[in-house]
Design a binder for this molecule. Sequence first.
Ligand SMILES: Cc1cc2nc3c(=O)[nH]c(=O)nc-3n(C[C@H](O)[C@H](O)[C@H](O)COP(=O)(O)O)c2cc1C
Length: 183
Amino acid sequence: MERRYEADAGPDLLSNVDDARALRHAFATFATGVTVVTVGGDNPHGMTANSFTTVSLDPPLALICVGRNTIMHTCLLDAPAFGVSVLAAEHAPVARYFSDADRPMGAEQFQAVEWLPGPRTGVPLIAGALAWFECVPWQQYDGGDHTIFVSRLVTAERRFETDGLLFHFGALARSDQPRRTLP
Ligand SMILES: Cc1cc2nc3c(=O)[nH]c(=O)nc-3n(C[C@H](O)[C@H](O)[C@H](O)COP(=O)(O)O)c2cc1C
Protein backbone atom coordinates (compact mmCIF):
# COMPACT_ATOMS: atom_id res chain seq x y z
CA MET A 1 0.00 0.00 0.00
CA GLU A 2 1.27 3.43 -0.90
CA ARG A 3 1.87 5.81 1.98
CA ARG A 4 2.90 9.38 1.39
CA TYR A 5 3.81 12.34 3.50
CA GLU A 6 0.95 14.74 2.78
CA ALA A 7 1.35 18.50 2.70
CA ASP A 8 -0.73 18.82 5.89
CA ALA A 9 1.34 16.21 7.76
CA GLY A 10 3.39 18.91 9.45
CA PRO A 11 6.35 20.98 8.36
CA ASP A 12 8.89 18.66 9.96
CA LEU A 13 7.77 15.84 7.68
CA LEU A 14 8.17 17.83 4.49
CA SER A 15 11.44 17.49 2.69
CA ASN A 16 13.19 20.86 2.74
CA VAL A 17 16.88 20.97 1.91
CA ASP A 18 17.42 24.00 4.16
CA ASP A 19 15.98 22.23 7.19
CA ALA A 20 18.54 19.70 8.49
CA ARG A 21 15.91 17.71 10.40
CA ALA A 22 13.59 17.39 7.41
CA LEU A 23 16.51 16.55 5.15
CA ARG A 24 17.68 13.85 7.57
CA HIS A 25 14.13 12.41 7.55
CA ALA A 26 14.13 12.28 3.74
CA PHE A 27 17.63 10.73 3.60
CA ALA A 28 16.50 8.14 6.17
CA THR A 29 14.06 6.60 3.67
CA PHE A 30 17.08 5.20 1.80
CA ALA A 31 17.89 1.81 3.37
CA THR A 32 21.58 0.93 3.73
CA GLY A 33 23.74 -1.71 5.29
CA VAL A 34 25.91 -0.85 8.28
CA THR A 35 29.69 -1.10 8.51
CA VAL A 36 32.43 -0.44 11.02
CA VAL A 37 35.37 1.46 9.54
CA THR A 38 38.65 0.79 11.36
CA VAL A 39 42.22 2.01 11.40
CA GLY A 40 45.06 0.15 13.11
CA GLY A 41 48.55 1.06 14.24
CA ASP A 42 49.51 2.50 17.63
CA ASN A 43 46.19 4.28 18.08
CA PRO A 44 43.50 2.08 16.57
CA HIS A 45 40.04 3.51 16.06
CA GLY A 46 36.65 2.33 14.80
CA MET A 47 33.53 4.16 13.68
CA THR A 48 30.10 2.99 12.58
CA ALA A 49 29.35 4.11 9.02
CA ASN A 50 26.42 3.51 6.67
CA SER A 51 27.83 5.67 3.86
CA PHE A 52 29.92 2.79 2.48
CA THR A 53 29.26 2.59 -1.27
CA THR A 54 30.74 0.35 -3.92
CA VAL A 55 32.28 2.35 -6.78
CA SER A 56 34.25 0.29 -9.31
CA LEU A 57 35.26 -3.30 -10.10
CA ASP A 58 38.31 -2.40 -12.22
CA PRO A 59 40.12 -0.98 -10.40
CA PRO A 60 38.37 -2.23 -7.24
CA LEU A 61 37.14 0.93 -5.49
CA ALA A 62 34.70 1.78 -2.72
CA LEU A 63 33.97 4.98 -0.81
CA ILE A 64 32.95 6.15 2.62
CA CYS A 65 31.79 9.63 3.65
CA VAL A 66 33.20 10.70 7.01
CA GLY A 67 32.14 13.74 9.01
CA ARG A 68 34.87 16.35 9.28
CA ASN A 69 34.29 16.68 13.02
CA THR A 70 34.82 12.98 13.79
CA ILE A 71 37.97 11.47 15.24
CA MET A 72 37.90 8.99 12.37
CA HIS A 73 38.29 11.87 9.93
CA THR A 74 41.60 12.85 11.54
CA CYS A 75 42.70 9.20 11.55
CA LEU A 76 41.92 8.70 7.85
CA LEU A 77 43.90 11.73 6.73
CA ASP A 78 47.08 9.90 7.84
CA ALA A 79 46.19 6.20 7.78
CA PRO A 80 48.06 4.03 5.25
CA ALA A 81 45.11 1.63 5.26
CA PHE A 82 41.70 1.12 6.80
CA GLY A 83 39.24 -1.73 7.18
CA VAL A 84 35.52 -1.99 6.48
CA SER A 85 33.52 -4.74 8.20
CA VAL A 86 29.96 -5.27 6.88
CA LEU A 87 27.89 -5.98 9.98
CA ALA A 88 25.56 -8.93 10.51
CA ALA A 89 22.14 -8.56 12.16
CA GLU A 90 23.51 -9.65 15.55
CA HIS A 91 26.02 -6.80 15.44
CA ALA A 92 23.47 -4.11 16.40
CA PRO A 93 25.25 -3.58 19.77
CA VAL A 94 28.56 -3.26 17.88
CA ALA A 95 27.04 -0.60 15.59
CA ARG A 96 25.78 1.32 18.63
CA TYR A 97 29.13 0.97 20.40
CA PHE A 98 31.22 2.37 17.53
CA SER A 99 28.88 5.36 17.20
CA ASP A 100 28.93 6.14 20.93
CA ALA A 101 31.07 9.18 21.70
CA ASP A 102 31.67 7.81 25.24
CA ARG A 103 33.42 4.61 24.13
CA PRO A 104 37.07 4.23 25.19
CA MET A 105 39.71 5.45 22.78
CA GLY A 106 42.80 3.70 21.38
CA ALA A 107 43.45 0.01 21.86
CA GLU A 108 41.02 -0.13 24.82
CA GLN A 109 38.22 0.56 22.34
CA PHE A 110 38.65 -2.91 20.86
CA GLN A 111 38.58 -4.81 24.16
CA ALA A 112 34.77 -4.76 24.07
CA VAL A 113 34.47 -6.50 20.69
CA GLU A 114 35.84 -9.59 18.98
CA TRP A 115 38.16 -8.68 16.13
CA LEU A 116 40.96 -10.07 13.99
CA PRO A 117 43.87 -8.34 12.27
CA GLY A 118 43.47 -7.92 8.50
CA PRO A 119 45.72 -10.36 6.59
CA ARG A 120 47.34 -7.66 4.40
CA THR A 121 47.34 -4.50 6.54
CA GLY A 122 46.75 -5.61 10.14
CA VAL A 123 43.74 -3.27 10.52
CA PRO A 124 41.18 -4.57 13.04
CA LEU A 125 38.26 -6.40 11.39
CA ILE A 126 35.08 -7.25 13.29
CA ALA A 127 34.61 -10.99 13.93
CA GLY A 128 31.44 -12.46 12.44
CA ALA A 129 31.09 -9.73 9.80
CA LEU A 130 29.36 -10.61 6.52
CA ALA A 131 32.35 -9.29 4.59
CA TRP A 132 35.69 -7.63 5.21
CA PHE A 133 37.48 -5.15 3.02
CA GLU A 134 41.01 -3.85 3.50
CA CYS A 135 41.42 -0.51 1.77
CA VAL A 136 44.22 1.88 0.86
CA PRO A 137 43.69 5.58 0.02
CA TRP A 138 42.90 6.39 -3.64
CA GLN A 139 41.33 9.89 -3.80
CA GLN A 140 39.65 12.27 -1.38
CA TYR A 141 36.91 14.71 -2.34
CA ASP A 142 35.26 17.63 -0.59
CA GLY A 143 31.85 16.47 0.54
CA GLY A 144 30.63 19.54 2.43
CA ASP A 145 30.64 18.76 6.14
CA HIS A 146 31.99 15.30 5.20
CA THR A 147 35.00 14.13 3.20
CA ILE A 148 34.48 11.44 0.57
CA PHE A 149 37.30 8.90 0.91
CA VAL A 150 37.53 6.76 -2.22
CA SER A 151 39.77 3.78 -1.53
CA ARG A 152 41.31 0.94 -3.45
CA LEU A 153 40.49 -2.49 -2.05
CA VAL A 154 43.45 -4.75 -1.33
CA THR A 155 41.41 -7.60 0.11
CA ALA A 156 37.71 -8.39 -0.18
CA GLU A 157 36.50 -11.39 1.73
CA ARG A 158 32.90 -12.54 1.87
CA ARG A 159 32.53 -14.38 5.16
CA PHE A 160 29.06 -15.39 6.32
CA GLU A 161 25.62 -15.89 4.77
CA THR A 162 23.35 -14.63 7.49
CA ASP A 163 20.94 -11.76 7.97
CA GLY A 164 22.57 -8.39 7.54
CA LEU A 165 22.19 -5.26 9.63
CA LEU A 166 20.19 -2.50 7.97
CA PHE A 167 19.75 1.19 8.77
CA HIS A 168 16.34 2.43 7.66
CA PHE A 169 14.09 5.23 8.90
CA GLY A 170 16.76 6.12 11.45
CA ALA A 171 16.75 2.71 13.12
CA LEU A 172 18.76 -0.50 13.00
CA ALA A 173 16.89 -3.48 11.54
CA ARG A 174 17.49 -7.05 10.43
CA SER A 175 17.51 -7.91 6.73
CA ASP A 176 15.00 -10.73 6.79
CA GLN A 177 15.52 -13.56 4.32
CA PRO A 178 18.24 -11.70 2.42
CA ARG A 179 18.33 -14.20 -0.43
CA ARG A 180 14.61 -14.07 -1.22
CA THR A 181 13.90 -11.78 -4.14
CA LEU A 182 10.65 -9.95 -4.68
CA PRO A 183 8.46 -10.91 -7.66
C1 LIG B 1 23.95 3.55 11.71
C2 LIG B 1 24.95 4.70 11.77
C3 LIG B 1 25.61 5.08 10.63
C4 LIG B 1 26.55 6.12 10.65
N1 LIG B 1 27.20 6.44 9.50
C5 LIG B 1 28.13 7.43 9.51
C6 LIG B 1 28.85 7.74 8.32
O1 LIG B 1 28.67 7.13 7.26
N2 LIG B 1 29.77 8.74 8.38
C7 LIG B 1 30.01 9.44 9.54
O2 LIG B 1 30.86 10.34 9.52
N3 LIG B 1 29.34 9.15 10.69
C8 LIG B 1 28.42 8.15 10.70
N4 LIG B 1 27.75 7.83 11.85
C9 LIG B 1 28.05 8.58 13.08
C10 LIG B 1 29.37 8.12 13.75
O3 LIG B 1 29.39 6.71 13.91
C11 LIG B 1 29.49 8.79 15.14
O4 LIG B 1 29.40 10.18 15.00
C12 LIG B 1 30.79 8.41 15.84
O5 LIG B 1 30.66 8.66 17.23
C13 LIG B 1 31.99 9.16 15.33
O6 LIG B 1 33.11 8.60 15.95
P1 LIG B 1 34.50 9.30 16.18
O7 LIG B 1 34.29 10.81 16.26
O8 LIG B 1 34.96 8.73 17.49
O9 LIG B 1 35.39 8.89 15.06
C14 LIG B 1 26.82 6.81 11.86
C15 LIG B 1 26.14 6.42 13.03
C16 LIG B 1 25.22 5.37 12.98
C17 LIG B 1 24.52 4.94 14.26
